[in-house]
Design a protein around this ligand. Structure first.
Ligand SMILES: *[C@@H]1O[C@H](CO)[C@@H](O)[C@H](O)[C@H]1NC(C)=O
Ligand SMILES: *[C@@H]1O[C@H](CO)[C@@H](O)[C@H](O)[C@H]1NC(C)=O
Ligand SMILES: *[C@@H]1O[C@H](CO)[C@@H](O)[C@H](O)[C@H]1NC(C)=O
Ligand SMILES: *[C@@H]1O[C@H](CO)[C@@H](O)[C@H](O)[C@H]1NC(C)=O
Ligand SMILES: *[C@@H]1O[C@H](CO)[C@@H](O)[C@H](O)[C@H]1NC(C)=O
Ligand SMILES: *[C@@H]1O[C@H](CO)[C@@H](O)[C@H](O)[C@H]1NC(C)=O
Length: 385
């Protein structure tokens, strides 16, 4: 008995000593707790939405998002999370690395652990690419003084090979890897856009990796700020600023509690969603967000024939044009796009002048888009830090 209690005391002592967040036992407990609290909750909601999708799919197959299949935490992610490690980046030399690039270069290819880059405050003038071979990277800044990753490349700027970069390569930061997370980070492209000029697309962040999440991040740019290229993505409490098409691509993304701030001088569009086929899972869903700023904006213009964008519980300031949506001059898209609004408010949410092909969603129609199950979050959304 005595030796058992001594052992317990010793264990308690040891567990107090292990303050690193990489303690596997602590992580495991943390993770299990998270799963029990959240996954079950997600699954319940998801089950309801799947049921709805199956039923209504019989009638309106075209518009129903492909049902995601997994219901358990992705095993690769579980493993990465349980073995996570932290490295720090500080420009004053007090961290493990002085630049984000150097920190990324230290991560082994096809890394299996979650690697958190603790990025200290500062302006990081770095052009960053996270290749497919570097999954599980997290950028974490300080919420009271977030690091700013900045650049000013444009589509027409000349790349190393002497040819124009094009929109894709104009990004200040680009992520091709899966399981990327950013918390409290500012992504910026400072190139200006002058109305009527060409080649000024200037991306602040391109996200092409699957299962990426952004918390408390800001994206500053002008034309084409956030290239939500492809994959399942989640944005929470983010600020996104731009002038023309400033959220674009064919990602399948949920934006919750975000602010979309237009700096357009004339008429522009907040989004240009590129879903090209009725059977593919792709679309932007904005929930509990706000639309502010200058100019006159469409909520979206159809880049792809089956472009899909939903706004729910969103406050729309008067800058939103009464028409609301734009088919980019191709009327064939009017019957193909899926542009929905659900329980929005503010002067810009008045449906009186809307294009006839805009949809006021019913509860049932809105349901598949207004939870993290829309991006299959139950299988991969983990604690941000
Ligand atoms: C989808 O779920 C079913 C039932 O759980 C499983 O048998 C099947 O392998 C899953 N498919 C994919 C692609 O994950
Ligand atoms: C882009 O930034 C660099 C570095 O600060 C600066 O030298 C250059 O003039 C800028 N280019 C433009 C077009 O603003
Ligand atoms: C997001 O920012 C708020 C302050 O604005 C802070 O309280 C919160 O902890 C931050 N979230 C994360 C995940 O760091
Ligand atoms: C809606 O967004 C605001 C602002 O980000 C946030 O404070 C609030 O908690 C959100 N409400 C819900 C129900 O998520
Ligand atoms: C969508 O893509 C599938 C598979 O590539 C193809 O069979 C189908 O015809 C496409 N549908 C439309 C409407 O383009
Ligand atoms: C919506 O707009 C119409 C036409 O401009 C106007 O008559 C109506 O009062 C507006 N509704 C609200 C609730 O503001």
């Amino acid at each position: 008995m005595a030796s058992a209690s001594a052992l317990i005391i010793l264990l308690l002592f040891l567990s107090v000593q292990i303050t690193q967040s990489s303690s596997p036992e602590k992580e495991k407990g943390h993770l299990e707790e998270w799963i029990s609290l959240n996954v079950k909750h997600y699954n319940r909601k998801r089950a309801a939405s799947l049921k709805w999708m199956q039923e209504s799919g019989k009638h309106r197959k075209q518009q129903v998002p492909a049902a995601a299949n997994s219901s358990q935490l992705d095993p690769n992610l579980r493993n990465a999370e349980m073995n996570k490690m932290i490295i720090s980046v500080s420009q004053d030399g007090s961290g493990n690395f002085k630049t984000i690039k150097e920190a990324l270069a230290s991560i082994p290819l096809y890394n299996k652990r979650r690697v958190i880059l603790d990025i200290k405050p500062g302006v990081y003038r770095e052009k960053i690419n996270i290749p497919r071979s570097l999954p599980f990277v997290t950028f974490r800044g300080d919420s009271s003084n977030p690091p700013r990753i900045t650049g000013n490349d444009t589509a027409s700027a000349t790349g190393n090979d002497g040819t124009p970069l094009k929109t894709f390569q104009s990004a200040t930061a680009s992520v091709d890897a899966d399981y990327f997370v950013a918390i409290n980070v500012i992504f910026e492209n400072t190139a200006a856009h002058v109305v009527g000029t060409v080649g000024e697309q200037a991306v602040a962040l391109r996200i092409s990796g699957n299962k990426a999440a952004f918390y408390n991040c800001s994206f500053y740019g002008s034309q084409d700020t956030l290239y939500d290229h492809k994959g399942l993505h989640y944005f929470n409490n983010c600020f996104i600023q731009g002038s023309v098409d400033f959220i674009f691509g064919y990602g399948t993304s949920l934006y919750e509690n975000c602010q979309l701030n237009s700096v357009a001088k004339k008429v522009a569009s907040l989004t240009a969603q590129k879903r090209t086929n009725s059977s593919i899972l792709s679309g932007f869903s904005f929930k509990n967000s706000t639309i502010t700023g200058t100019g006159s904006v469409y909520l979206g213009r159809a880049w792809g024939d089956y472009s899909r964008v939903i706004f729910s519980y969103t406050y729309m300031d008067k800058i939103v044009l009464p028409l609301g949506w734009n088919d980019w001059g191709k009327t064939i898209r009017d019957s193909r796009v899926y542009y929905g609004e659900y329980r929005c408010s503010g002067p810009g949410a008045n449906m009186t002048g809307r294009v006839p092909w805009a949809r006021i969603l019913t509860d049932e129609e809105a349901m598949p888009f207004i939870g993290t199950y829309y991006v299959d979050g139950n299988s991969w959304l983990i604690h941000p830090s």
